[in-house]
Design a protein around this ligand. Structure first.
Ligand SMILES: [Zn+2]
Length: 206
């Protein structure tokens, strides 16, 4: 991206209302659940919001899309869908993965036959993740701020981890140390094996 990418403050009724530059009171966050996750939580001042935003990976040129490239991190795929895991640096939760169509589509323009397959593949990934003995539930998140290619994150919530219920789980993931390689690989193997048992191929690029 060239340095002359020109941005200006977003100007909508919401943006004019937003307390840009102020530091917001986050004292209510620790009391938001039965098992508070956070003892102290301080936000940085609300930063200016500039538009237009810079394009996401693969937005302007699908040839630059990382999700489209064959990868050792692809733990399973079938004709339409793929699941990736085993990301660099490791993860602390028992399993973190990303499910994406094999075609380069955005949610906005995905054809109906792709969208119709999303429900079944989410169900299969959730069930596969829960076969890891440490896992109670599989949470899904769709942000799509980094890559334009439609993808949905899967986070395995450990059994009994009441502090990890709901939207706080990805924050815990960023704070936990990476689990041992052997344990992480075994969990990935478990998910891939269960997915492939229902159709498709485990580790297609290894
Ligand atoms: Zn792509």
């Amino acid at each position: 991206m060239s340095d002359d990418f020109e941005q200006h403050p977003a100007d909508t009724a919401w943006h004019r209302w937003a307390p840009i530059g102020q530091t917001l009171d986050a004292s209510g966050v620790p009391d938001s659940g039965p098992a508070p996750s956070i003892a102290a939580f301080e936000l940085r001042p609300l930063a200016p919001m500039l538009v237009p935003e810079k394009p996401r990976q693969g937005e302007l040129d699908p040839a630059e899309c990382g999700i489209c490239r064959p990868s050792e991190n692809t733990i399973w795929h079938d004709d339409e869908w793929q699941v990736a895991s085993g990301f660099e640096g490791g993860v602390g939760l028992p399993f973190v993965g990303a499910v994406a169509p094999r075609r380069h589509v955005r949610l906005e323009d995905a054809p109906i036959e792709v969208l119709a397959g999303l429900g079944p593949v989410l169900q299969r990934l959730s069930e596969a993740t829960k076969t890891i003995p440490a896992v109670a539930r599989c949470h899904f998140s769709r942000w799509n701020d980094g890559s334009a290619h439609l993808h949905i994150w899967a986070y395995a919530r450990p059994a009994g981890m009441m502090q990890g219920r709901g939207a706080i789980l990805p924050f815990w993931e960023q704070c936990l140390p990476a689990s041992p390689d052997e344990m992480a690989a075994e969990n990935i193997e478990t998910v891939a094996r269960v997915l492939a048992a229902g159709g498709g191929t485990a580790f297609p690029h290894r």
